[in-house]
Design a protein around this ligand. Sequence first.
Ligand code: PMP
Length: 438
Amino acid sequence: GNLPADLEAFWMPFTANRQFKSKPRLMVSAKDMHFTDADGRQILDATAGLWCVNAGHCRPKIIEAVSQQVATLDFAPTFQWGHPKAFELAERLVKWLPDGEYSHVFFGNSGSEAVESALKIAIAYHRIRGEGTRQRLIGRERGYHGVNFGGISVGGIAPVRKFFGSLLTGVDHLPHTHNLEHQAFSKGQPDWGAHLADDLERLVALHDASNIAAVIVEPIAGSTGVLIPPKGYLQRLREICDKYGILLIFDEVITGFGRLGSAFAAEHFGVMPDLITVAKGITNGTVPMGAVFVRKGIYDAFMHGPDNAIELFHGYTYSGHPVACAAALATLDTYEEEGLFQRTKELSDYWQEAVHSLRDRPHVIDVRNLGLVAGIELESIPGKPTARAFECFLKAFDKGMMIRTTGDIIALSPPLIIEKSHIDQIVEILSDVLGEID
Ligand code: PMP
């Protein structure tokens, strides 16, 4: 749909930079797997909004829960008081984790806020325990942890860090694990993942473990192109963190809530971090919410450590907002009642075969997938590192499909209610689009 002139006048294109001069497309409604745009066209949603609408759009149970909540208790400050749904939600969330060791949940409003909160919890944890020098943080190249200053500091997108100048100090980045040449070389080397994670030992030797608070990684990097770590990588990070008392944070804003076929990637990879950040799928994209799952030992340190209430101030006006909690509870019901995570597991072979059929299409240099997520990497035109994928984005939209691109990688993450016929349609449209671009 065309943007009305008056709306265009108010549009502040921060994220939508000059590449998007072609104007945003207007969506006016959505249902299950589809958006309807301003021209009345049905647009197949191959990205679950922004990796968040895992149960599909406008689900009746969630609509009902949100409507009822806003009419009953529209707001309740959670600083000194609470409200029942916040407790109920926290209890249900931690029960989804396998070993029951995550005892508490901190609520915020977004993935970015969850990340900031997790970093602060990690630093505060060491301080409370009298290990005040532990405040260095370690992220990973090509990691994405939202857009707030902590998140971009630990985030692995160097141009963003550089552009914004003064960030958190004392931050290092592990090398990213995704390199097509390495992948070819490492085939048949079972210890490759552990070998890459051993870079953490180098940072420990450089800075001394007593100065390092936490390591934060996405179990699979989503926003920078669906980068799946080699086997053994996350396990070895866990081992090294344990060895030195460094906290391990998994940023599961994308991988949480079923995308890989289990509730969380921690379960999928069999590695339990100390803190888990989530957002997006927690409310099925309906109402903003983010959260941090905290291991019992960390909670205990906060509750039994020195009473420094002033220094430990952290929380948002909308932490544990009743409407977000109601939306999240109805979302969890929907995931459970419809068995959507199991469904994801069952569909993942079909998905794998379908997306890999694109491997031989023009410009495609790599296809990777897990659960119901995929990355299709294109060879870039020299000097134009995003042009091909962006062209695909535009052409796919013209053919009635929403995809996401990052660099020259097409990222797919459809709602988990997807049918095989939709998967066929996604692949058919992409196959056509790849044949049409230069
Ligand atoms: N962490 C990860 C892994 C993400 O993918 C995102 C969003 N794409 C964020 C954090 C930030 O979340 P939000 O946009 O809700 O602030």
